[in-house]
Design a protein around this ligand. Structure first.
Ligand code: FE2
Length: 348
C-alpha cells in the first residue's frame, strides 16, 4: 500500500498543477489537510484570526488533479463557518466520494489494504484547541487529548501500523517547541509509528525517536487567499509511506512548490534533522523566542489586534505598563490547570 500525506489546502480560485504533480501521486492513497470548510452562503463564525474556506468548484478540480480520496479536517479553520459549514462540507465531500475525518467525532480512519485483509493501517487526526473544535461544538474538529488517542489505539491490534497527523505547532517555525516535541515523544511511546505535524505553514525539521519518524511541519500545499497572501510562495512536502505486506514502512518525501497559484514538483531538498542540531543551539533558539515574545504576549492577553500589538510593542508600551511581577502573575495563571480552566471557560 502506498500512501501520500499532503499539507494544507484552502483555495478560492482555480490552480494549475503540472503533470509532474499528478505523476508523483498516481497509484497512491492521497490524503490532504482541508484547512477550512467548503464555502456556501453561511455567515463566518465569530472568532479571532483569519477566516479560511474553499470554493467548491476549484477545490473539486484540485482534488481530482491530485487523486485525493481522503481529507483530514482536524484543524483550526474547519469550523470557520460554524456547524453549518462543517455539515455542508461533510455532505459535499460525500457527494464527491471523498472520505473525511478529524471532525464529527471521527478521530481516526482505517486505510484498508488492497487484499481486503483486516484493516491494519490506522490514521489518527487531531488538532490543538482553537476555534471550531469539539470543545466548542460536538461535531467540531477533534481536539487533542490522550484519552481519545488511547481509545483509538486500543481499537487497533499489535500488528497495526499507526500514523498520527497532529495539527499543532508554532506558525512559521521550522523547529518544534520543547512542549510539542515532548508531546510527540509521548505519542510515539504509546505505539505510534509516524507522526506528521501540520499547521506551521513551513516545512519543518524531522526527528527519529525510538525507530519512529516525526515530521515537524509539511508546509502549505495550496493556501490561496485573495489579498496580501495571494502572491506568497509555498513550499511543501508530501510524506510518502510505502508499506510492504508485513507493514514494514519505506518513508520518503516529495517536494512541491506553489508559486502564484501554480503547483509544481520541486527539486528534492534534504530535510533538516534534529540530530544535526546541537541541543544547546535548540535551547537557545527557544529561550530567545520566548524572551522576544514575553512582553508581546501581554498585548495578546489584553485582546489587542495584531496591528495594535506590533505598534505598541515597537514603542515599548507593554514593557512600560507591565512589571516583572505582573508577568509572573500571568505566567502562573496560564500554566496552572486550575486557573487556566477559568480562562478557557470564559463566558463571552
Ligand atoms: Fe492551521
Amino acid at each position: 500500500m502506498k500512501i501520500s500525506i499532503l499539507g494544507d489546502i484552502a483555495l478560492d480560485k482555480s490552480v494549475n498543477t503540472t503533470n509532474a504533480v499528478s505523476e508523483a501521486l498516481v497509484d497512491r492513497i492521497v490524503i490532504a489537510n482541508l484547512e477550512g470548510p467548503i464555502k456556501s452562503d453561511f455567515s463566518a463564525a465569530i472568532k479571532t484570526g483569519p477566516t479560511l474556506g474553499s470554493d467548491l468548484q476549484p477545490l473539486k478540480e484540485l482534488l481530482s488533479d491530485l487523486n485525493v480520496s481522503v481529507l483530514m479536517c482536524a484543524n483550526n479553520h474547519i469550523g470557520d463557518y460554524g456547524e453549518q459549514g462543517i455539515e455542508y462540507t461533510y455532505n459535499q465531500l460525500n457527494l464527491l466520494d471523498i472520505d473525511s475525518f478529524g471532525y464529527k467525532s471521527k478521530v481516526f480512519k482505517w486505510l484498508e489494504d488492497s487484499n481486503g485483509k483486516a484493516p491494519n493501517i490506522q490514521i489518527i487526526n487531531m488538532c490543538d484547541v482553537e476555534w471550531g473544535t469539539d470543545r466548542d461544538f460536538y461535531n467540531g474538529a477533534i481536539s487533542f487529548d490522550f484519552s481519545k488517542l488511547n481509545n483509538a489505539i486500543n481499537l487497533s491490534d499489535k500488528n497495526s501500523f499507526r500514523i498520527v497527523v497532529l495539527h499543532d505547532g508554532k506558525e512559521y517555525h521550522e523547529l518544534p517547541s520543547p512542549e510539542l516535541r515532548k508531546l510527540c515523544h509521548n505519542i510515539i511511546d504509546m505505539g505510534v509509528d509516524v507522526i506528521i505535524c501540520q499547521h506551521s505553514h513551513v516545512v519543518g525539521y524531522v526527528e527519529m525517536y525510538k525507530n519512529a519518524k516525526i515530521y515537524y511541519g509539511t508546509g502549505s500545499f495550496c493556501l490561496e487567499k485573495k489579498g496580501p497572501m495571494s502572491n506568497k510562495i509555498y513550499n511543501s512536502i508530501s510524506v510518502n509511506i510505502d508499506l510492504d505486506q508485513d507493514f514494514n514502512p519505506y518513508i520518503s518525501e516529495t517536494f512541491f512548490v506553489n508559486k502564484n497559484g501554480a503547483i509544481d514538483v520541486s527539486k528534492p531538498t534534504k530535510l533538516k534533522d534534529l540530530k544535526d542540531l546541537k541541543m544547546e543551539d535548540y535551547k537557545e533558539y527557544w529561550d530567545n523566542e520566548f524572551k522576544k515574545k514575553s512582553y508581546l504576549y501581554v498585548g495578546v492577553l489584553m485582546g489587542h489586534s495584531n496591528k495594535m500589538i506590533r505598534i505598541l510593542n515597537s514603542l515599548g508600551f507593554y514593557k512600560l505598563i507591565m512589571s516583572k511581577r505582573g508577568l509572573r502573575k500571568i505566567k502562573n495563571v496560564v500554566r496552572s490547570r486550575a486557573h487556566r480552566e477559568y480562562i478557557t471557560n470564559m463566558k463571552l
